[in-house]
Design a protein around this ligand. Sequence first.
Ligand code: DAH
Length: 339
Amino acid sequence: MKEKLLNIKELASASVESVASLKDLYEAKVKYFGKAGLITELSKGMKDVPKEERPNVGKLINEVRTEIEEMFSKREEVLKKEERAKTYVSEAIDITMPSKQRNVGALHPITLVRNELIDAFTGMGFSIYEGPEIEEDYYNFQMLNIPKDHPARDMQDTFYITENILLRTQTSSGQARVMLKTQPPIKILSPGKVYRSDSDASHSPMFHQMEGLVVDKGITLCDLKGTLDEFVKIMFGKDTKTRLRPSYFPFTEPSVEVDVSCSECHGKGCKLCKGTGWIEILGAGIVNKKVLEDCGIDSNEYSGYAFGMGIERIAILKYKIPDIRLFFENDVRFLKQFK
Ligand code: DAH
């Protein structure tokens, strides 16, 4: 038995030394410790050993087993180290190689200005309402006191999907949507895309507007003026002034056009303000009582003001951009300047 054991030990030692990979080592191990392995078989054979020899033989088998196990685990360590070293070489990354240059994007100038406008007005307590771009004639025109045959429609010719569904021409379309759903106090800002069949250096068939609507008890033109004064100071600088000029919109009465003092010449007159010292930035007014009543708001109890501005127009003034079409050509050389 002893001889047999020594034999196995030698055999094991030889095969442990000869294997060159972990895979082969594990396969070799099965030959000794597997179900039908040499050591396993020996242990099974214990039952044939005479009773009085069993303790000695058992001890011997155990010793040899431990020794062979140690041989295997030592070899395992060595092979593991070798294989790891090989992977380090084969999977090495050259961290000194220059990386691929990634172009980092930036916000579009219209988005930048829109965000600035939103910041200015939300700072004064306005919340955001976004209406649909594909709009019903009803909200875009009729509820704004612009019935089917109204001449004011001519100025806002747009793209019709059906006779009653169109691409909205103005974010004012959100006014009735909000007022039909909510009772005053209302204080909302509505940014978004609008569409008109118009295209030249200062008109684009798609552009952006920002609408404001405030309805509450005792709202007057003073509230509008105060809010806009604050807004232009945030947007164009502390000493910017506003001026209201009488105008006409079917959904406001009275209606005004709002000018700001020219940031270029500070009122003296220059090319930018066409010699007048003032630049028009938006339309506004006191919400027409008919609009309030049509939306189910008691016009004896409540009044409101509304305003609407073109975001491109504000961006053009702010960044002195000569042609509105530059915003939509996506020329990276143009867009990069706003990073
Ligand atoms: N919606 C108008 C336009 O697109 C702008 C406007 C004028 C909006 C007066 C208003 C307003 O809310 O009160 O020309």
